[in-house]
Design a protein around this ligand. Sequence first.
Ligand SMILES: Nc1nc2c(ncn2[C@@H]2O[C@H](COP(=O)(O)OP(=O)(O)OP(=O)(O)O)[C@@H](O)[C@H]2O)c(=O)[nH]1
Ligand SMILES: [Mg+2]
Length: 424
Amino acid sequence: MADKTALIISLHDDCSELAHLASSLGYAVDRIFVQPRLHPDAARYIGPGKIAEIKEHLADHDVECAIVNGELRPSQWYNLERDLQIRVYDRLRLILDIFADRAQRKEARLQVKLASLRYERPYIRELIHRTKTGEHPGFLAGGEYQVASYYERIKKQMKNIKAELTKIEEERKARRQHRLHTGFYLVSLVGYTNAGKSCLLNQLTDETVKVDDQLFSTLSTTTRRLQQTDHDGIMPLLVTDTVGFIQDLPHWMVDAFHSTLEEIDLSDVIVLLVDASDDIEDMQRKALTSLQEVTSMHHTPSIVIGFSKSDLLTPEERASKREKMRRVIGDRPSLFLSARTGHNIDRLIDMLYAMLPEKIYMEITFPCAMNEESVAAVLRESVELIRMENSEKDKAYVCCSDRMKESIKGRLEKQGLQVRFCRE
Ligand SMILES: Nc1nc2c(ncn2[C@@H]2O[C@H](COP(=O)(O)OP(=O)(O)OP(=O)(O)O)[C@@H](O)[C@H]2O)c(=O)[nH]1
Ligand SMILES: [Mg+2]
């Protein structure tokens, strides 16, 4: 529920995403002021006429802040706040505040804090500059010495946060290694914010991660095992919900959420969700942004495109959108799905398994006669018995996942068995 009001200042008409961001932080948009121009005014982002118009509006409206649909330079921000006499946010500040509002786990909180300090630095510099020139009395009263120590404090704080994040990163690495050694394959759900990633995670894993019609509901990754399926057993699969992408985020801010991206980078398969209930232009724009993020990583895992919220479309709309999306997604495998109704979820799981490395077959020779029960006890989980052959020596034909083949072979050989990779 919106309990505060904001106005939007934009150089173009398309303000729907900014309005959605504002409402995600609890702001109702009171009015949108558009001044069509190619480049922002160097001093105030918008021209003096528009400023006068906004001031007139503010005279008899209770508005808490103005949100600029773009990035402000510190001097533009300073001048706008001084002229309008209300708080002025730009798009990045708004996103950072949403992040700060949502961050719950320690790592996310530290990442947001680091990004905020990084964001604020040039603005503080601007205030210091204005203080020195006498335009902004009162800020950091105490002069040069105060300013210098303030800077030192920020620098130290950033260093400490980075050190803490590195420690958390090490722990995460150890957890990942463990998962790898126990044979899990990793699937990441990625996509533009609000595409339906958390809802799909819940559907696939019986989880209850927060799902909301807000931007950036998720700020930390959650990893859960895929519910038992026909494919499971020797190919256990973990699914990770990730932080959503958004257009025009500067790289230093994307880097602040580096650990999430790393999770994606290490996946075996990516499900890239595109909200199919958006109009086609938004679908294309958001899919493009998401694909750019994903393909800029070190090793691009296989990608399945999931057109989400299919329950909101007619079959004709699906056919038409699928055709128009080809321009952006090329010939990547894709499907329409709905986490809400379960439409095509089984098909998605089949597609994921089809993209993983094929199962490996092995022939195991035992030194003495064995029955299936004793073989099963030797094989343990992660190995599936296909058949036994009891001609001369007892042989078992088994299969396992590609990821586990060497460790399983090693374990069995240590027990004195002969192991040979073979065809199905
Ligand atoms: N009709 C319909 N709505 C859906 C479906 N999946 C998700 N939604 C709705 O879409 C909105 C966003 O869903 P989330 O799962 O929170 O989306 P997300 O991608 O995790 O969003 P962020 O974490 O904010 O990036 C919610 O209001 C969901 O109820 C679906 O299959 N059908
Ligand atoms: Mg989410």
